[in-house]
Ligand binder design. Structure first.
Ligand SMILES: NC(=O)c1ccc[n+]([C@@H]2O[C@H](COP(=O)([O-])OP(=O)(O)OC[C@H]3O[C@@H](n4cnc5c(N)ncnc54)[C@H](O)[C@@H]3O)[C@@H](O)[C@H]2O)c1
Length: 254
């Protein structure tokens, strides 16, 4: 049955940024498809975790800051200690910042790359060490259409560059580890309604620009990214690796 290829029963899946808009939706999709979830985030939202309890998912929540250089190893060791396996890693945690180049200080630049790129690099490295032993694994990195086009009107040069780096990390790992049966893909979302886009009042006019420049005329919903994530984390995409799948309502097609 074709639909069975979207099922991932008892696969062990780590999702970072799981208390965020997209991370939660992706974890929900993987949980519904049968995965055992290890959720992580620097903040804990009890209402989110209660929803997963109601749905009877098997999950653990580990609170932590992914920029702590020790955290990736601790997280992956937790998965191996508890389940003896790690099948899926979804790097979804991220931050955005709208700062003009002239005012971009080193501290903000370092933070942007620590969260959006270096932690993803480290989590991929630790996962690949384990997945290579097993000769099987699947990694999904959440990049952005901002890693492909310089969207506007908001100035976000470092964010765009960090997401571009995530896309190239994805392609490089896909090429290097295909022989170890590890697939590595990314999703490049367009504008998605999540807390990341809770704009301050003075910037709310950006919404009109974003919608006007999106051919579909609206922002996306987190579950419209989660369905793509399930595809890339399941056997449904067994011949897909090194792909940056754009989910943007057509924004980058113009
Ligand atoms: N929302 C969009 O329009 C959009 C578009 C393209 C790409 N993205 C990307 O999608 C991903 C998810 O974003 P979202 O929209 O769900 O945002 P969100 O703000 O709702 O969620 C991000 C989550 O990451 C967590 N996080 C941030 N820094 C962390 C750290 N140092 N350690 C641990 N956790 C940390 C936050 O606590 C939060 O729960 C991000 O990588 C973002 O860059 C978002």
């Amino acid at each position: 049955m074709i639909l069975d290829k979207f099922k991932i029963p008892n696969k062990i899946a780590i999702v970072t940024g799981a208390m965020g808009g997209m991370g939660f939706a992706i974890a929900d999709a993987l949980g519904e498809a049968g995965a055992k979830l290890i959720l992580t985030d620097m903040k804990e939202d009890k209402s989110f975790l209660d929803k997963f309890k109601t749905k009877n998912y098997t999950f653990e929540f580990i609170k932590g800051n992914i920029t702590n250089p020790d955290f990736p190893e601790e997280l992956i060791n937790f998965a191996i200690g508890k389940y003896k396996s790690l099948d899926i890693l979804v790097n979804c945690a991220g931050i955005a910042a709208s700062i003009e180049m002239e005012n971009y200080d080193d501290e903000s630049l370092t933070k942007m790359f620590d969260v959006n790129f270096k932690s993803v690099f480290r989590l991929c490295r630790q996962s690949i060490i384990k997945m290579k032993n097993k000769k099987e694994g699947c990694i999904l990195n959440i990049g952005s259409m901002s890693g492909i086009v310089s969207n506007f009107p908001q100035p976000q040069v470092a964010y765009n560059a960090s997401k571009s780096a995530v896309h190239m990390l994805t392609k490089s790992l896909a090429s290097d580890y295909a022989e170890s049966n590890i697939r590595v893909n990314a999703i490049a979302p367009g504008y998605i309604k999540t807390p990341m886009n809770n704009l301050p009042k003075e910037n709310e006019h950006w919404f009109d620009k974003w919608n006007n420049y999106t051919p579909m005329g609206r922002m996306g919903k987190a579950d419209e990214v989660a369905t793509a994530a399930l595809f890339l984390c399941s056997p449904a995409s067994s011949y897909v690796t090194g792909e940056v799948l754009v989910v943007d309502g057509g924004y980058t097609s113009r």
